[in-house]
Ligand binder design. Structure first.
Ligand code: MRU
Length: 347
């Protein structure tokens, strides 16, 4: 791969600034946890697993920033501030909270060590989260590729690729795995208003991998299905409730409804770390609302009259009943329900 989403070198977090793509490949070099928190909020890095990995590295930086603080209560007070700051960045992707809990646990189990030894272990833990994510995506890709046939035209939404994860991707990981198996696959990518992750990021990463991609605007998806251009749909997820209801980028729900009407299989690919077992159903998933500037402006240019109202929910929830199968690293679950989802965790 000629690029990477996020890495950690010489005490700094390196991340590809996704706001600059596709025009420029610029890497941010961040040395303070506050900088990582801002990068997540401002979507320099985005996508549920990548947000979790970034939070892990952000907390590793917090550990490094505190390595000279030897007073225990002062250390925990400051580390607690860093944990809470990370948790305030984006509310919907549960991978964020999963990674924060993992880093907190690492800090707790190394409480008897010196601050600098603890900092080193926090860095190791964040690196582990990154490495595990890539391995999980490859497993998920293999599992999901069994559902894909040569000749399929797969519609995807937003970006659930290498850029949204430590590498390889979830929905795009399934497509990559199918292509690696020699299957001929074409992808239709929704542009994904208002942040344009499909146009800017999915199209960019598929082009780099020479996987044929056709870009459409979001409102073309229904007609593409009606015109028999789409044989399958695969999307990622930001949080899956224990009953299978799935929050993903705004517009996903409309695709699932359209897919049901047109009898097209609708798949969700996500790691187990995206399943929130404390969340009973979709109505309990917090939905992030972002700045109205994102819909009133395109590339800084105003496209709507001043003074009109707007609404900008960043995610929607697709009920489990509209999902043909959930693809995870632990296997594929057709027609997901609470019992089947629970069984994924016992493997
Ligand atoms: O707002 P974003 O770009 O962070 O939203 C990303 C998505 O909705 C992705 O589909 C999801 O996080 C899965 S990424 C593997």
């Amino acid at each position: 791969m000629s690029y990477f989403t996020i890495d950690f070198k010489d005490g700094k977090v390196l991340m590809l600034d996704q706001r600059r793509l596709p025009e420029k490949e610029v890497y941010l070099k961040l040395g303070a946890y506050e900088q990582v928190a801002k990068a997540i909020e401002q979507m320099a890095i985005r996508g549920a697993p990548a947000i979790g990995i970034a939070a892990g590295f952000g907390l590793a930086l917090a550990g490094l920033e505190l390595r000279k603080v030897n007073d225990h209560s002062q250390w925990w007070q400051k580390f607690g501030q860093a944990l809470r700051r990370m948790a305030r960045t984006r509310p919907t992707a549960v991978n964020l909270f999963w990674a924060i809990n993992r880093m907190n646990h690492q800090a707790i189990i190394s409480r008897d060590l010196s601050s600098s030894e603890r900092a080193e272990l926090l860095v190791q833990e964040a690196k582990k989260i990154l490495a595990e994510d890539i391995a999980v995506n490859k497993k998920m890709g293999k599992n999901g590729a069994k559902l894909i046939r040569s000749g399929d035209v797969v519609l995807t939404h937003c970006n659930a690729g290498a850029l949204a994860t430590g590498g390889y991707g979830t929905a795009l990981g399934v497509i990559r795995a199918a292509v690696e198996q020699g299957k001929k696959i074409q992808v239709f990518a929704d542009e994904t208003r208002p942040f344009l992750q499909g146009a800017r990021l999915t199209a960019w990463e598929l082009k780099k991998d020479r996987i044929p991609v056709t870009l459409i605007s979001d409102n073309m998806a229904g007609w593409a299905m009606k015109s028999h251009k789409i044989s399958k749909i695969i999307v990622g997820a930001d949080r899956i409730a224990r009953n299978g209801d799935t929050a993903n980028k705004i517009g996903t729900y409309s695709l699932a409804v359209l897919a049901r009407y047109h009898k097209i299989n609708f798949y969700v690919a996500a790691p187990l770390s995206t399943i929130d077992r404390t969340c009973p159903g979709g109505e309990n998933i917090p939905i992030e609302e972002r700045s109205l500037e994102e819909i009133f402006l395109i590339k800084g240019k105003r496209i709507a009259p001043k003074g009109v109202r707007g609404w900008n929910p960043a995610f929607d929830v697709t009920p489990a009943g509209l999902i043909s199968a959930l693809i995870t690293e632990a296997g594929v679950v057709k027609n997901p329900n609470p019992a089947k989802i629970k069984s994924l965790f016992n493997q």
